[in-house]
Design a binder for this molecule. Structure first.
Ligand SMILES: [Zn+2]
Length: 140
């Protein structure tokens, strides 16, 4: 009888982008955004309901909420996860993610994605144009 590889569940974890690992372990960096609508439509913006939405600047996760303006109660919360973020079905545990984060932090386990990007950057290196990103200041 074959024995399952006890480390197989870590392979998906190792492929996760650094930002996803950081968000999973260090929490998201949410910035307010206009309500994209869609989820939780029964809680429309009104005198008694406030709709609030935010997006994580690092991983792109969108959080949609509805709050009761009178009681302050949270009526509704929905999360829209970015593609590739989920570890569902992989068997990875929260402590596995924390260990992966620490390994990357210590430079022992650079993510495959990071390594692939570095390799791609080396093959498609371009000479940056001086001041290419600078734009004239807006009047006023
Ligand atoms: Zn995030």
């Amino acid at each position: 009888m074959a024995t399952a590889n006890p480390r197989k569940h870590l392979s998906k974890l190792r492929e996760l982008e650094d930002g996803y690992i950081e968000c999973r372990t260090r929490r998201h960096r949410f910035d307010p955004i206009p309500d994209p609508g869609g989820a939780g439509r029964k809680y429309q913006e009104s005198k008694s309901v406030a709709r609030l939405s935010s997006r994580c600047e690092r991983c792109g996760l969108v959080r949609e909420e509805a709050w009761n303006r009178i009681t302050g109660a949270i009526l509704f919360v929905n999360y829209r996860y970015p593609k590739g973020y989920s570890l569902s079905g992989t068997g990875s545990k929260p402590w596995d993610v924390r260990k992966e984060y620490l390994a990357r932090l210590n430079g022992k386990q650079p993510s495959l994605v990071t390594r692939q990007r570095r390799a791609a950057a080396k093959t498609t290196a371009r000479t940056p144009k001086p001041n290419a990103r600078r734009r004239p200041a807006a009047p006023g």
